[in-house]
Design a protein around this ligand. Structure first.
Ligand SMILES: CC(C)(COP(=O)(O)OP(=O)(O)OC[C@H]1O[C@@H](n2cnc3c(N)ncnc32)[C@H](O)[C@@H]1OP(=O)(O)O)[C@@H](O)C(=O)NCCC(=O)NCCS
Length: 102
């Protein structure tokens, strides 16, 4: 959390489809509100359609698309996989935000 913004660096559910991700996200939101953060933010990649669905259904909106950002990062970190979820090439970073109202 910094300057009124809370960034989710990683959100991982080890047993999907049981409400764990939703519970984790709601705890993050609670903690952010307690720290007077007005914005929740995260970055995912273009292949992660599951996460894009998950977050948008929970009030997040797309705020930035960095075309080719993963391809650039891969030049420094060649271990970043070429192919991600559902066989989709991993190329871009997508930022999502949720404004925390009163
Ligand atoms: C994205 C991610 C965090 C979601 O976590 P999750 O634990 O599967 O999330 P939930 O179980 O709360 O919600 C998933 C679906 O299961 C449903 N669900 C919730 N509780 C349920 C239950 N008891 N029984 C059946 N389904 C349930 C939810 O309704 C939800 O569907 P909806 O969006 O249509 O409402 C998880 O897929 C994950 O860890 N992915 C890999 C890492 C990643 O990509 N992280 C995000 C990028 S930063």
């Amino acid at each position: 959390m910094r300057e009124g913004e809370c960034e989710i660096m990683s959100l991982n559910s080890l047993a999907e489809g049981k409400g764990i991700g939703t519970a984790l996200l709601s705890e993050v939101e609670k903690a952010a509100r307690e720290q007077d953060c007005r914005l929740l933010k995260l970055v995912t990649t273009n292949d992660n359609t599951h996460a894009l669905r998950f977050y948008q259904r929970r009030g997040f909106v797309l705020s930035k698309i960095s075309i080719g950002a993963v391809e650039e990062a891969r030049k420094l970190k060649p271990e970043i996989p070429l192919i991600g979820s559902d066989g989709i090439p991993i190329r871009d970073e997508i930022e999502l935000v949720k404004v925390l109202g009163d």
